[in-house]
Design a protein around this ligand. Structure first.
Ligand SMILES: [Zn+2]
Length: 257
């Protein structure tokens, strides 16, 4: 994700700032700010390692994340937002539309649209039935239940795929988990644990197949060198199609739910 360089330098500390050490407590965690393109949610982050004020757009919900280095305050963040107002509104306008989990919404599962149907009278839970997602219980729990169902389905599908790819490559994953990551689709740790974004459950099967093959290949090569890519190709026939699908469509999955 692009991080624009700040146009304004980080201001020096004032005496008032010096008297009271700046801490995360000085910042609201988030606030709704009027920007030229309309009101936008801004989340403030404090990073001890940041060297300058930076901002990025979180694709999932369109929030603007402003990261401040230790010596910068909210005014420095506001200044950066002002000077990058056009960039911010362009990025927000370019985000795919949001699809919240609610009664009547269509959510892709394995790339196929599934209607969410609320069953008010039923007992708690959510399940797949006849190409739809049925959700029982009180409406305020619907979103969480759909989320839990898709997360469990993601774990089921990706664990099976990872086991299949590992067997194919003579490899073994220590364990497979699903996470709510927004910056990557999968990861492989040095101890052989694989993790996948639950959002992959919404992608077509050939994309799931490729991401599983990719992470399993990291069990042998913890890099993206030629031998790694050669191994990925032996584990999946879908590499090129999946890479371009993720490039073209991947961000849209971040705006669902
Ligand atoms: Zn990789």
């Amino acid at each position: 994700m692009a991080r624009p360089e700040p146009a304004t330098p980080v201001p020096e500390l004032t005496n008032r700032d010096r008297a009271r050490p700046i801490s995360i407590m000085d910042l609201p965690p988030s606030e709704l700010l009027p920007l030229p393109g309309g009101p936008a949610r801004v989340e403030w982050r404090r990073s001890p390692r940041a060297r300058r004020v930076s901002l990025r757009i979180r694709p999932h919900d369109g929030a603007i994340i402003v990261t401040l280095p230790p010596r910068a305050g909210r005014p420095a963040g506001l200044a950066l937002l002002r000077t990058h107002a056009a960039w911010v509104s362009d990025r927000l306008a370019a985000l795919p539309s949001a699809v919240p989990f609610e009664d009547g919404a269509s959510v892709p599962v394995g790339g196929v649209g599934h209607l969410i149907r609320h069953v008010p009278g039923g007992r708690g839970g959510a399940w797949f039935e006849a190409g739809a997602i049925h959700v029982a219980g009180a409406p305020e729990f619907l979103r969480r239940r759909v989320h839990d169902l898709l997360r469990a389905e993601a774990r089921r599908r990706l664990s099976a795929l990872a086991a299949e790819k590992a067997a194919l490559g003579g490899l073994q994953a220590r364990r497979v988990t699903v996470k709510d990551t927004v910056s990557r689709w999968g990861s492989c740790s040095a101890d052989g644990s694989l993790a996948f974004s639950w959002r992959l459950v919404m992608a077509p099967p050939f994309v799931q197949d490729y991401v599983a093959a990719h992470e399993v290949a990291h069990l042998r090569h913890m890099n993206h060198g030629p031998r790694f890519w050669a191994l990925v190709r032996t584990l999946t026939p879908h590499m090129d199609a999946a890479v371009s699908w993720l490039h073209e469509e991947g961000q849209s999955l971040m705006r669902i739910g």
